[in-house]
Design a protein around this ligand. Structure first.
Ligand SMILES: [Zn+2]
Length: 129
């Protein structure tokens, strides 16, 4: 695969930002759908009012089902939130580990990527040991 490592243009960053916002909304929709299927009725009205992590954090979530559903998506959401935050700070596109540019082809597939591929592989290798 071709690997383009260079600073992103404003237009590219804008494009990734839109993609990230879309992804975030999609995940929240998935969470809402998952919960609807698995959570007791009493939670439904509460959950309908949740739109981001802050609102979620204010709710006392005791139900294991809720936690289970959220856990699966939490990492994705965290990565997206972090990527958006890095756009604001002007650090988007750089690998968190080595500081090199994450290749463009990778960001197009995973705009929420926080690490370049070599670092990601290395981190996964360490974590799985
Ligand atoms: Zn790296």
């Amino acid at each position: 695969m071709k690997k383009t490592r260079r600073p992103l243009t404003k237009e590219e960053i804008e494009g990734f930002k839109n993609k990230l916002l879309e992804l975030k909304e999609e995940i929240w929709k998935k969470i809402a759908r998952d919960l609807k299927e698995r959570v007791k009725e009493e939670y439904q009205s509460i959950l309908n009012d949740i739109h981001d992590e802050e609102e979620l954090a204010q709710i006392d979530l005791q139900e294991e089902t809720i936690l289970g559903v959220l856990d699966a998506r939490r990492k994705e959401l965290e990565a997206i939130t972090q990527a958006l935050w890095r756009i604001e700070k002007g650090e988007y596109g750089r690998c968190l580990n080595c500081g090199d540019w994450i290749c463009l082809e990778r960001l197009k597939v995973r705009p929420q990527a926080l690490y370049c591929l070599p670092c990601k592989d290395e981190l996964e290798r360490i974590q799985s040991v």
